[in-house]
Design a protein around this ligand. Structure first.
Ligand SMILES: Nc1ncnc2c1ncn2[C@@H]1O[C@H](COP(=O)(O)OP(=O)(O)OP(=O)(O)O)[C@@H](O)[C@H]1O
Ligand SMILES: [Mg+2]
Length: 716
């Protein structure tokens, strides 16, 4: 006998008619648990429904199952998933919709009443309708259980499971199926909610990506690009335009999604007037125009794209803009507009940053050029690394320095005393790649021969009587840097030989030592002696000369530097103004003339000393006048001018013959000697003072004394 069991109705004592139907509780609990995990990993509704149906059919021992959900109209039950259906059955199940009004079947009845139906004999049950019979015959249903899928009192669909054979349902089995049905309902509900929010989630994901892109750029074009791309996606629009007004410059930027440009040709200008853009700009509020609105005479900016939204984009007070979206059909949801608003606000911040950045970098650039200009001016004033000079000869020398500084070649600087040889050597070091390392200078004229050797090469303890401790030589000390050997012409011949060997081998041994120490030093040599003549005379090694003079630099005497003299003189006036707290404005023209006529044997050093003397001793007014200039400069300048050369001539008759070189040597030697003696007299034998009087260095004085055979002379 068959029975209909309805919820709330009479439930007869359970009698099993088929032993094939039993519940494995363990399996069931696992199934319920598995279903609940679907909640946390939502995928598509179909996918989840399929899995649930599998669980219900398998764990309860049914043969087949189907889930039907109500469609949007809530009138049709539509097959969503089937279990264990043949292809033909499945095809039919998916193609037939059960209409709640038209079809009277167990399915529609359960959906309408929200009450389950358990049929033990699907074909013979008295409630079976024509429709049921057809369905049942086709799918060969023995016993069927129909449960509603409900969210609270709202039916959303049904689940039907059945066995081929007839069976009886036990009340607890019914409870279990209903529990499953409840779970299914919840999961469907959640999945639906997720689906409904999917759009929103997608929008937020686009927004998130856009914001992170916006934050990583300072390029206005890139900001336009990101804004347009993301806005089109979020608004599901087809057309976008960014209208951007530079209030100060009264320019309009446009980016219509295809290109960005300044609208100076007024391509868009006129058209924009009649769109919603001015309204959005003026009201500073989001302005929407639906596809059917004709209100306010606003004309769509993009033809045929009648559904528009304009979102104001405000960057401080200087810039005002609008993002406009256009779409052919449909409307913008409030959700879309909210997300678009957030997007535009973010873009505005990025605009602000980008503008700030470009202004700052513009300022940085102009500051840099300003600094460069100052530097240039300073360079002109100061020549090069404090070497003043604008004359052709000096500028040529600056070029050479720049050229050679970077290479490690040996450099020989020649020039009269006071021409700036040391200054140049320091400039070369500073300009070189070694400028972070030491610059070591050694004056070969100031250190006696053997001492110079140990100074340069160093010694081991016990190398000679006084050598108590090992001493590192200057060649080692200068390692990595530059060694400036001044007055190289004064190096003794034995040391010249040893030095040459070092240059050739590239290593040294300390005195009394065996260890070979490699030398990594850049050499600059200087002398005011005529080395090539010394080579000719045999007092300087020719091979060494060629070694050291790879790049010769010859500094011109001051008298050959034209206007550099005045430049230097003015510079020293400034320097001593600062030093002595004076306010001398410059040098009077006539005084300048006198300085120009003088021959400056002591070159720049002499000039510096003279200016210093004038500034300390003379009562200088606003300008240095001829009266302020020491008489020896004036008279010598005059003498130079009208020099009575014949007075000095050793040749007295046309028959007399002399050795020219010797005569010149003697004559100049005599003059030198007289000057040196006089200077020493005046300074009471103090060599430092005498050197100062002559505007030469102390070493130069000693050297000069040597030349005239007065080196042994006492003095300090
Ligand atoms: N072109 C220049 N611009 C500015 N100052 C200079 C210039 N030339 C030389 N001087 C200054 O003149 C003085 C002498 O320069 P330096 O000692 O370099 O000359 P030098 O050729 O080595 O002389 P000496 O042969 O006597 O050793 C220094 O005070 C230096 O600063
Ligand atoms: Mg010098």
């Amino acid at each position: 006998m068959s029975q209909i069991i309805e919820q709330g109705g009479y439930i007869p004592p359970p009698v099993r008619t088929s032993s094939s139907f039993s519940i494995d509780k363990d399996k069931l609990i696992k199934g319920i648990f598995r279903i609940s995990t679907f909640l946390t990993a939502p995928s598509s509704v179909e996918d989840i429904l399929g899995k649930i149906l599998d669980e219900v059919v398998d764990s309860m021992g049914f043969d087949r199952g189907i889930i039907l959900l109500l469609d949007e109209s809530r009138e049709n039950l539509v097959t969503r998933v089937v279990k264990n259906y043949s292809d033909e059955e499945a095809k039919r199940a998916y193609s037939v919709h059960l209409n709640l009004k038209k079809h009277d079947s167990f399915e529609t009845r359960v959906a309408k009443t929200g009450t389950y139906i358990a049929l033990e004999d699907s074909e013979k049950d008295p409630r079976t309708t024509e429709t049921d019979r057809k369905i049942s015959a086709f799918y060969k249903r023995g016993s069927t259980f129909y449960a509603p899928l409900k969210i609270e009192d709202d039916v959303i669909g049904i689940i039907a499971v059945w066995t081929k054979e007839k069976t009886r349902f036990l009340p607890n089995e019914i409870d279990i199926v209903l529990t499953f049905a409840n779970q299914v309902s919840i999961i469907i509900h959640i999945t639906h909610l997720f689906e409904l929010n999917r759009e929103k989630i997608e929008q937020l994901l686009i927004l998130q990506e856009a914001v992170s892109d916006l934050n990583s750029t300072y390029s206005i074009e890139r900001i336009h690009e990101i804004l347009i791309r993301s806005a089109l996606q979020i608004g599901k629009a087809e057309k976008a335009l960014i209208y951007f007004l530079d209030i100060e410059k009264n320019r309009v930027f446009i980016n219509d999604g295809e290109r960005g440009f300044i609208d100076d040709k007024n391509e868009y200008g006129a058209r924009i007037e009649s769109t919603i853009i001015p309204r959005a700009l003026d009201s500073d509020a989001i302005t929407i125009q639906g596809p059917d609105e004709e209100e306010g005479n606003a004309v769509p900016l993009f033809e045929g794209h009648r559904s528009e939204v304009a979102i104001p984009l405000k960057v401080k007070d200087r810039f005002k803009g609008v993002l406009l979206l256009g779409m052919r059909n449909g409307v913008y949801s409030q959700g879309q507009i909210n997300v678009l608003d957030i997007l535009v606000n973010n873009a505005a911040t990025s605009y602000d940053n980008a503008i700030m950045h470009s202004m700052l970098s513009f300022e940085a650039k102009s500051l840099k050029t300003e600094v460069e200009k100052l530097k240039e001016r300073e360079d002109i004033l100061l020549g090069f690394h404090n070497i003043l000079g604008k004359s052709k000869k000096m500028v040529g020398i600056f070029h050479v320095i720049e050229e050679v500084a970077k290479h490690d070649t040996n450099i020989l600087i020649q020039g009269e005393s006071g021409t700036g040889k040391e200054l140049v050597s320091r400039a070369i070091h500073r300009q070189s790649l070694r400028n972070q390392k030491r610059f070591v200078d050694v004056n070969c004229a100031a250190i006696p021969g053997t001492l110079l050797e140990s100074e340069l090469f160093g010694y081991e303890a016990g190398a000679f009587t006084d050598a108590r401790k090992r001493k590192i030589g200057l060649l080692e000390y200068a390692s990595g840097g530059t060694l400036f050997l001044d007055e190289i012409g004064d190096m003794s011949p034995p040391l010249q030989a040893k030095f040459l060997r070092m240059l050739e081998d590239g290593y040294i041994r300390r005195l009394g030592g065996n260890e070979s120490i490699s030398v990594d030093v850049r050499f600059i040599f200087a002398t005011n002696r005529d080395l090539s003549r010394m080579v000719a005379e045999g007092s300087f090694r020719e091979d060494l000369f060629y070694r050291i003079s790879v790049v010769p630099i010859i500094l011109p005497p001051l008298r050959e530097r034209g206007d550099d003299l005045v430049l230097l003189a003015r510079n020293y006036v400034e320097e001593f103004n600062r030093k002595f707290n004076k306010k001398v404005k410059g040098i009077a023209k006539e005084a300048e003339e006198i300085l120009r006529r003088y021959s400056w044997p002591g070159n720049v050093r002499e000039l510096k000393n003279i200016i210093e003397r004038i500034m300390i001793l003379r009562d200088v007014g606003r300008y240095i006048t001829p009266e302020n200039i020491p008489s020896e400069i004036k008279s010598s300048a005059v003498q130079d001018h009208v020099a009575r050369v014949d007075e000095l001539l050793p040749l007295t008759s046309s028959t007399e013959r002399i050795d020219y070189k010797l005569a010149v040597e003697k004559l100049t030697g005599r003059i030198r000697e007289r000057i040196l003696t006089r200077a020493l007299e005046l300074s009471g034998g103090n060599k430092t003072k005498a050197a100062h009087l002559l505007s030469i260095s102390r070493y130069a004085l000693i050297r000069e004394l040597k030349k005239v055979g007065k080196e042994g002379e006492s003095g300090t």
